[in-house]
Design a protein around this ligand. Structure first.
Ligand code: GUE
Ligand code: MG
Length: 299
């Protein structure tokens, strides 16, 4: 029997309508609508698509959005000045600087990404990339949860997939997905959102030896490596749950980090690409933007 497809798009729609209802309550309580400020440096086509999707999702949830476009040749000082302006603007609830920033080779000026993310006011840091928010997450008392891992937590929770005591293998150790994902699943009880926690976590990566054997021990396998179809069918334990975080453009097709057709015949459940984790990332961004507005209203 082929694996059940975990419908991220549908769950994201549920979450978005919950956020929309909460936004309505917040605004009818006399608050200005939450506002997400996105900063897009350069002309990367994939980034243009994401930013447009985010704007549309905001609008549907009653969240205001502004987009500041800056040329690829923007300097670090100019971008830091933009971040400072958004930090100081009381109408702005959340700030998202779209990554990646343009590389030098692409006409960029070699902006230090870390310096820019560090400059975002932690109370407006809806990506949860700032050191303060990462630290709070690490200590099991998060403020903002990073959007992609939080989306995966919601997906597991809302589809009734048990994580307590299970072996989760996360492949990929990025600051955006792999690292926080591992941390969140290993936490006690519900310190990181709904009660999706208490897992035994293996964090695997490009230097991991015997990757196939390790993946095959996973009850839940989370692929976040950014390499198209790297996870093959023989790396999956029969009956495992497979979460595919990859968004790779191959020609005009969007493919995940998992070889879907092979995986589908081995796994018990799997997220498709597109329509899996991606839409959940955007839903959790809306959630965080409302949360930021609430935190600022309470100050
Ligand atoms: N500061 C920052 N925060 C981010 O959260 C961030 C970022 N920079 N840079 C780029 C990545 C990527 N990302 C995606 C979000 C949604 C989809 C998404 O909704 N994907 C759809 C398909 C969309 C399509 O067709 O391209 C899906 O998977 O079904 C994909 C990718 C957020 N990112
Ligand atoms: Mg890696």
């Amino acid at each position: 029997m082929p694996a059940t497809r975990l419908d991220g798009k549908k769950i994201a729609a549920e979450i978005r309508s919950e956020v929309a209802a909460d936004v309505e309550t917040f605004v009818s309580g006399g608050n200005p609508p939450p506002q997400l400020a996105a900063v897009l440096v350069g002309e990367d086509p994939a980034s243009q698509v994401y930013v447009r999707n985010k704007e549309r999702a905001c609008e549907k949830a009653g969240i205001a959005s502004r987009l500041d476009r800056m040329p690829a040749a923007t300097t670090e000082a100019e971008l830091l000045a933009k971040v400072a302006e958004l930090n100081a603007d009381p109408a702005v609830s959340g700030i998202l600087v779209q990554l990646p920033l343009p590389a030098k080779a692409a006409g960029g000026t070699g902006i230090d990404e870390r310096a820019v993310l560090d400059a975002i006011d932690p109370i407006k840091d809806v990506d949860a990339f700032s050191p303060v928010n990462v630290g709070l997450l690490m200590q099991g008392r998060p403020r903002f949860l990073p959007c992609t891992p939080h989306g995966i937590i919601q997906l597991l929770h809302r589809t009734g997939i048990e994580t307590s005591g299970k072996h989760v293998v996360v492949v990929g150790r990025s600051d955006i997905v792999g690292k926080p994902m591992a941390m969140m699943l290993a936490q006690k009880d519900s310190t990181c959102g709904p009660a999706v926690a208490n897992a035994t976590v293996t964090l695997a990566h490009s230097r991991t030896q015997n990757l196939t054997e390790i993946c095959r021990q996973a009850d839940i396998l989370i692929a976040a490596v950014g390499r198209p179809e790297m996870i093959r069918g023989d790396m999956i334990q029969p009956g495992a749950v497979v979460i595919d975080v990859g968004i790779n453009r191959v020609g005009d097709k969007l493919v995940g980090d998992v070889a879907f057709a092979e995986a589908e015949s081995v796994a018990s459940a799997i997220t498709p690409v597109p329509g899996g984790v991606g839409p959940l990332t955007i839903a959790m961004l809306l959630h965080n933007t409302l949360m930021a507005a609430k935190l600022q209203a309470a100050k």
